[in-house]
Structure formats: structure tokens, C-alpha cells
Design a protein around this ligand. Structure first.
Ligand code: ADP
Length: 160
């Protein structure tokens, strides 16, 4: 039986931290479904289509990776797809509380769905999409945090 995991998130936009995690997950699982959440409360900078496109373009060389979107509860989506592993990233202690709370909530909702936490390389352990957008809007050099393709898109978007 093949091992499949879902990696859900906003990916607004995808960073090298996300990609680091996807690569690690692809070594453990036969298939990693990177799923962009449609109904996030945060006001995204990029549309769902743009986020999916950037993810597809930057993960196409990684074995077993698929990009999708989902709406509503991630546990319901996982159950529909008959997948029982969710991947989340842990950067610093500050992620822990939120991620722990979410994993517990998801476990209450769906006992069969397990959350697996992965740590990125220390190079990306402080990197978030939010901080990245802030730095980019202030004119910082973000080339070591995002793939080239995303850097270009981000610069174009922030010019408008
Ligand atoms: P969400 O809005 O669901 O938190 P994100 O796209 O911000 O969506 O993050 C998705 C997941 O990826 C989260 O578990 C987050 O902790 C993780 N993540 C984000 N940035 C990094 C990074 N630099 N290194 C490792 N994990 C990360």
C-alpha cells in the first residue's frame, strides 16, 4: 500500500522553507499532496490559481508531489481522499502552540488522521510567507528565501 500525505497551507507564496519540507516529506512518503486552502481568513496577496501555479512550477522536479486545493475542513478533505497523514512544519517554539492546538483539534474531529511534524533546515527556520512579503515590500533582497520564479512574481505584484 502506498504511503500518502497531505501538506496543507496557505502558501501565499511558496517559500524555500515550504519546499525544504516538501522535499523531506517526499523522501518519507510515496506521494505528497500539497494542498492550498481556499477558505483562509487571512487576506491573501496571491489568488488560489496563482499560488497553485507557483507551487506547481517550483515542485515539478520533486518525485511524487501533486498540487491541489481544498475548501473547508482539512480533516474532511483528507477523509474524502482516504489519506490519514497531515504534514505541518515546525520552525521555532513560536509555531508550537498554534500547531499543537490545531493538531489536537483535528484529532478530536477525526481520530484516524495523524499530524506529522517536520523541521526545515536551520536556514529556513525563521522564514514565513508573512515576513517575506513584509521584507519584499520594503525592498529587501529576498533571493535566498524564495525560488526565482516566485521572487519575480512577488516583485511584480508589489509594484502594482
Ligand atoms: P498556514 O496559513 O496554514 O499556516 P502556511 O503556508 O503559512 O499556511 O504554512 C503551512 C505550513 O508550513 C505550516 O505548518 C507552517 O508551519 C509550515 N511552514 C511555513 N514556513 C515554513 C518554513 N520556513 N519552514 C518549515 N515549515 C514552514
Amino acid at each position: 500500500m502506498s504511503k500518502i500525505a497531505i501538506y496543507p497551507g496557505s502558501f501565499d507564496p511558496v517559500t524555500l522553507g515550504h519546499i525544504d519540507l516538501i522535499k523531506r516529506a517526499s523522501k518519507i512518503f510515496d506521494q505528497v499532496i500539497v494542498s492550498v486552502a481556499i477558505n483562509v481568513a487571512k487576506r491573501p496577496l496571491f489568488s488560489i490559481e496563482e499560488r497553485v501555479e507557483m507551487l506547481k512550477a517550483t515542485t515539478k522536479g520533486i518525485k511524487g508531489v501533486k498540487v491541489e486545493t481544498f475548501d473547508g475542513l482539512v480533516t474532511e478533505y483528507a477523509k474524502r481522499k482516504k489519506v490519514n497523514v497531515l504534514i505541518r512544519g515546525l520552525r521555532m517554539l513560536s509555531d508550537f502552540e498554534y500547531e499543537f492546538q490545531m493538531a489536537w483539534t483535528n484529532r478530536r474531529i477525526a481520530e484516524t488522521v495523524e499530524t506529522v511534524f517536520l523541521m526545515p533546515s536551520e536556514h529556513y527556520s525563521f522564514l514565513s510567507s508573512t515576513l517575506l512579503k513584509e521584507a519584499a515590500s520594503l525592498g529587501a533582497d529576498i533571493s535566498s528565501f524564495v525560488p526565482r520564479f516566485v521572487e519575480k512574481r512577488l516583485k511584480e505584484r508589489l509594484k502594482k
